[in-house]
Design a protein around this ligand. Structure first.
Ligand code: ZN
Ligand code: ZN
Length: 237
């Protein structure tokens, strides 16, 4: 099926060469973005190594991580959440625009990868009601090609979201934490790897990723990392 889809994609690209999703110019290197728009995407080059919070200078730990360390080991979030990436992300997440999703993955794949790769990548699961409504899990759609490119197995059956939670974007940080508490469980009787990366599309306060990390660590996973395409600049955890 995948081979068929990629052949179909190749034919589609021959008939319709890629155009920039943001400005309409010809796409650059098979991306649905032109060179200028791709260069404008905000990179998260200097950040906290632990939580990926954007900082003026790179640091091992930001002030907040020193005071209150998160339940994961390291974060990988190569972009900052802002113009024009937020537009692509909104089209991908809410507009069923899978071309935007493909471009986001292509951008992510092109970034320098973490030194310590996990044994498996686990996308943050959607509740089945949300999945029915949206038709796809945006974290899984990003995780699948990224994991393949990194040569790391994908496990989307490890965690289950048992509660449909209110949309996090509407909430402040303490409410976000409460909102996701107890929302995930481990699928029973699956053997656990010792090093897992949990992947989400955007990391805002990190509340969702932290809750997933806690569940995995309580079950005996030794090291959890968190991966997100983009990190919001200054939300509180
Ligand atoms: Zn453009
Ligand atoms: Zn930090």
């Amino acid at each position: 099926m995948d081979a068929f889809r990629s052949r179909l994609g190749a034919v589609g690209r021959w008939l319709l060469p890629p155009r920039c999703l943001l400005c309409g110019d010809p796409g650059h290197e098979d991306l649905d973005l032109c060179r200028d728009c791709a260069a404008e995407l905000p990179r998260n080059a200097s950040c906290c190594a632990r939580c990926a919070l954007p900082l003026p200078l790179p640091a091992a730990l930001c002030g907040r991580c020193q005071r209150d360390p998160p339940p994961w080991e390291a974060a990988w979030a190569p972009f900052r959440y802002g113009w024009p990436l937020d537009r692509l992300e909104a089209r991908f997440k809410f507009g069923r625009d899978l071309a935007a999703g493909r471009s986001l993955v292509a951008l992510w794949r092109g970034q320098s990868r973490p030194l310590a790769l996990p044994e498996v990548v686990v996308p943050v699961p959607l509740h089945r009601a949300r999945l029915r409504q949206r038709g796809y899990n945006q974290a899984l759609e990003l995780a699948r090609p990224l994991a393949r490119a990194l040569g790391v197995p994908l496990r989307h059956d490890l965690l289950v979201r048992t509660r449909s939670t209110a949309a996090q974007s509407e909430l402040d940080a303490p409410t976000r934490r409460r909102n996701v508490r107890g929302a995930f469980v481990l699928r029973a009787a699956v053997p656990l790897p010792s090093h897992v990366a949990v992947l989400d599309d955007v990391m805002t306060t990190g509340a969702t990723l932290a809750e997933c990390a806690r569940v995995l660590k309580r079950a005996g996973v030794v090291r959890v990392d968190v991966w997100a395409l983009a990190r919001a600049p200054s939300a509180r955890r």
